[in-house]
Write a protein that binds this ligand. Structure first.
Ligand SMILES: [Zn+2]
Length: 428
């Protein structure tokens, strides 16, 4: 007996049209897609007026376990992911201990099998303890199921160490995922360097701290042949560098967050730098940077959307702007705010192009299952209601984190059903 999704509209990723089709799931596979499939003893879910999409994939999530379970756990973070329509998330290794050994990979897979509400793909660290001093066992991490390697949270400052990491990663065909930040340029900055930081008297992080490291790592990727994936791109020059790298035929990909596409430092200005729920790294930047990210998304320079879901406790985010930790949550509303702003309101991006950034492209770039709703494919499916409008309500989050500058914003495009490998993981 299967799960029959009946009466919905399946998005055609090539043409963008919505087609009235039933989808039958048997086991973990999509067994049939047709105009009308008989109920025939299957469990039927009626989807009148709803839209069927491939399950979303977020390649940048902080689940905080082990070590920071007060902020988030694999259980709460993956429940939040399922509620946001995600069927796969890749979790960052900046936990305590750092995910830098094969045993730690095993730990994430075991906890996810017991308590998870979506597939979790752990990243392994590039350097032991993310200290930037000694490389991890990259081959061992890969064998234990690391989706790629990264020191996200900090940049790898040593160029020679990064060069060696890329050489090894290239030989193993493991993507190198970079948090690009030159610490000597970023110093103790807490927001974007510019007129707003000057007015508020807060130390700034220049866009150059990001773009200079991206330039270095593109050149290292060119030399070593490694696949370089640039995390949370936020600066206009960074986008230009990735565009150039792609034009040169290099294996360089990148992601952007909803907040860098929709927000700027002006919201920090408007609140006089007193609300740390607007503090994130890389920081919200200037309007020209936001537009560069948007243009990069539209012209294909930017491959995918990633939330950089980074939960913290309310107490931590109530600290003064300078000392509060960086980070926003994002899993439960990323699609909704981007659908509303980019597809519905401005019409700058058609729905099927947005969905590719949420599902198809991450699957292709990282060689994962899913990303498409096709017969014989894995049953990772998200059903959304494109009409109903709700506000982003942190009080209702499944995540332990409440820290988002989108709180209170109206949006459409909410998930009503998530199916992960044939199992219903969220139903509104
Ligand atoms: Zn990062």
């Amino acid at each position: 007996m299967g799960l029959l999704l009946k009466g919905g509209r399946l998005l055609n990723l090539e043409t963008g049209s919505l087609e009235s089709l039933d989808v039958l799931v048997e086991g973990s596979t999509i067994s049939r897609i047709a105009n009308s499939i008989e109920a025939d003893g299957h469990e039927v879910v009626g989807l009148d007026g709803l839209t069927i999409l491939p399950g979303f994939i977020d390649m940048h999530v902080h689940l905080r376990q082990p070590g920071f379970e007060g902020k988030e756990t694999i259980a709460t973070g993956t429940r939040a992911a399922a509620r946001g329509g995600y069927t796969k998330v890749a979790c960052m290794p900046n936990t305590r201990p750092v995910l830098d050994t094969p045993e730690q990979m095993k730990y994430v897979y075991e906890v996810t099998a017991r308590e998870g509400s979506c597939t979790v793909l752990p990243y392994g660290a590039i350097t032991k303890g993310e200290l930037g001093e000694e490389l991890t066992d990259i081959a061992g991490l890969r064998s234990a199921g690391a989706v790629a390697i990264t020191d996200d949270g900090v940049g790898v400052q040593s160029s020679s160490l990064m060069r060696e990491a890329m050489r090894i990663a290239a030989s193993l065909d493991v993507p190198v995922v970079i948090h690009s930040e030159d610490e000597d340029l970023a110093k103790d900055g807490c927001m974007n360097e510019g007129v707003v930081s000057q007015r508020l008297g807060l130390p700034g992080i220049p866009g150059l701290a990001e773009s200079a490291m991206i330039a270095r790592d593109i050149l290292l990727a060119q030399e070593t042949g490694a696949h370089l994936h640039v995390c949370h791109i936020s600066d206009a020059w960074s986008v230009e560098l990735v565009r150039w790298a792609k034009s040169m035929g290099l294996r360089v990909t990148t992601e952007v967050t909803p907040h860098h596409l929709l927000l700027t430092e002006s919201i920090i200005d408007a609140t006089d730098g007193e609300d740390a729920n607007m503090k994130v790294n890389p920081p919200l930047r200037a309007e020209r940077d936001r537009l560069a990210c948007l243009n990069g998304l539209l012209d294909g320079t930017i491959d995918m959307i990633a939330t950089d879901h980074a939960p913290h406790t309310p107490e931590e985010k109530q600290r003064p702007f300078r000392t509060a930790p960086f980070g926003f949550v994002g899993l439960e509303f990323a699609f909704s705010v981007l659908y509303t702003e980019l597809v519905e309101k401005s019409g700058s991006l058609p729905l099927h192009e947005l969905v590719k950034k949420f599902a198809t492209n991450p699957a292709e770039v990282f060689n994962l299952s899913g990303g498409r709703v096709v017969e014989g494919g894995i049953a990772d499916i998200t059903v959304v209601d494109l009409e109903a409008e709700r506000v982003v309500a942190p009080d209702e989050f499944y995540s332990k984190g409440r820290n988002t500058p989108f709180a209170g914003q109206k949006a459409k495009g909410w998930t009503v059903l998530t199916v992960n490998e044939g199992r219903i993981t969220y139903q509104a």
